[in-house]
Design a protein around this ligand. Structure first.
Ligand SMILES: [Zn+2]
Length: 436
């Protein structure tokens, strides 16, 4: 298939310019000022829109195997495509957990049958139980580049140290869900004045920060690489900044919801606002936004966490934590970056180039059959492209989601900026905002 994207604002790694992009046989064939449309090409007018490398999500809970009532790999990929994603990293807290070669292969095979690239994060410990290391080397040989017990963090520091020692020579990165369970246990929202007033047990900021502190020191000790998932407090950001100044290889992500919602959303006891780590206070949200603009975060990652409706209808303290993310992340990141003030280079840095680097998806890999992501938009690259219209105004609607689940906290929220076109693996997957 041949596509010509006409007159978009091309967003490169450092600069933008208006240009046409010709996509042919799965690759960017040509980039130029005004290209002639070859016979049979589909011409897509993208004037006034941003054209960048396809979004990459580091943090998608696709729920397969085990909880397909909430989501499966195919429906998760559909939700990702309408959100502008060309690659998803599937998290391993499935049932059973993705802690061995057979299960990782199962997800990779199913992912390869979707229009997107689906990579896998393997579990660090067997069954994500935090007791015995999973076979990291065997999974790494299949192309797994990220490992995490996400859902919970690895609590035992000696086990985490050993995992880092194993990870380093494999060239893979461990990703930590930073919450000290002893401190956070049974809490269902941010600990503070509001949680006391509502009579809910809180999860203190310190539960996250202690884990960040500990793991930074383990990285210093082992020389391995670490990725911090969904950071949510100002103090966590200060710790990561200092570690980077010391030259440690630590990367980090922030979610759209921690950037755009705060703890006051929990005051109505609506479990759609329950998430781990919890929504924080307004000062933390401001600090996250500032750090996003300043380039501290390698990625905005969705923590897309589908749940069956009957589970989210439970009382706040009994409902499972987590919210949907893939379909609104582009607009929410645009908002967090200041809407009209949003710099398109930063926008695609955190939604595509940064996460592609962390997940090691920047080069194509034939072993696991994924194409290259987060590129510079030059001729010869694999065609993974997202078109974002910053002028679009729309409203998030729970009943219009592609996800199987319905647990978005944004139902009815006005949004600015929308993905209009997704070209993934060289195919037009989303056109005029609709799945093809
Ligand atoms: Zn997590």
């Amino acid at each position: 298939m041949t596509y010509l994207l006409r007159h978009g604002l091309l967003v490169g790694p450092d600069a933008v310019r208006v240009a046409d992009v010709l996509v042919r046989e799965g690759r960017i064939a040509e980039v130029g000022d005004t290209l002639d449309a070859p016979a049979g090409a589909t011409v897509i007018d993208v004037e006034g829109c941003w054209v960048g490398p396809g979004f990459v999500d580091l943090h998608s809970h696709l729920r397969e195997p085990g909880r397909e009532a909430a989501e499966n790999i195919e429906s998760g990929a559909r939700a990702g495509a309408v959100g502008g994603y060309c690659a998803l990293v599937a998290m391993p807290n499935t049932e059973p957990a993705l802690d061995n070669v057979a299960l990782v292969s199962y997800v990779l095979d199913k992912g390869a049958r979707t229009p997107l690239d689906v990579a896998v994060a393997g579990a660090i410990t067997q069954g994500r139980e935090g007791r015995h290391l999973a076979p990291l080397a065997e999974m790494a040989a299949l192309g797994v580049r990220l490992f995490t017990d996400d859902g919970t963090g690895v609590q035992d520091p000696s086990l985490m140290r050993r995992a880092l020692d194993y990870a380093r020579p494999l060239g893979v990165r461990l990703a930590q869900h930073c919450e000290d369970e002893a401190l956070a246990a049974r809490g269902s929202m941010n600990e503070g004045v509001l949680s006391s007033r509502l009579g809910l047990v809180g999860r203190p900021a310190l539960a996250e920060e202690l884990m960040v502190m500990r793991d930074i020191e383990l990285v210093r000790l082992t020389g391995a690489a670490m990725h911090f998932l969904h950071l949510s407090t100002a103090r966590s950001l200060a710790l990561v900044s200092a570690a980077r100044r010391d030259g440690l290889d630590v990367t980090c992500e922030v979610t759209p919801h921690h950037l755009t919602l705060d703890e006051t959303a929990c005051a109505g006891f609506d479990a759609h606002f329950k998430v781990h780590p919890p929504l924080r206070g307004a000062d933390d949200v401001s600090a996250l936004r500032r750090s996003l603009r300043d380039g501290l975060f390698d990625a905005v990652a969705t923590d897309h966490a589908p749940h069956a409706p009957e589970l989210k209808d439970r009382a706040f303290d009994e409902a499972p934590a987590g919210m949907l993310g893939l379909e609104h992340a582009g607009a929410l990141t645009y908002e967090a970056l200041g809407s009209e003030q949003c710099d398109p280079v930063t926008f695609f840095a955190v939604l595509s180039r940064g996460p592609a680097r962390v997940a090691q998806l920047r080069a194509s890999d034939r072993r696991v059959r994924h194409s290259a992501h987060g590129g510079a938009l030059v001729a010869g690259e694999d065609a993974n492209l997202t078109v974002f219209d910053p002028r679009s105004e729309w409203t998030a609607r729970r009943d219009q989601l592609q996800s199987r689940a319905r647990n978005t906290p944004y139902d009815g929220r006005p949004l600015r900026g929308r993905v209009t076109t997704t070209i993934a693996k060289g195919q037009l997957v989303v056109h005029e905002g609709k799945l093809q």
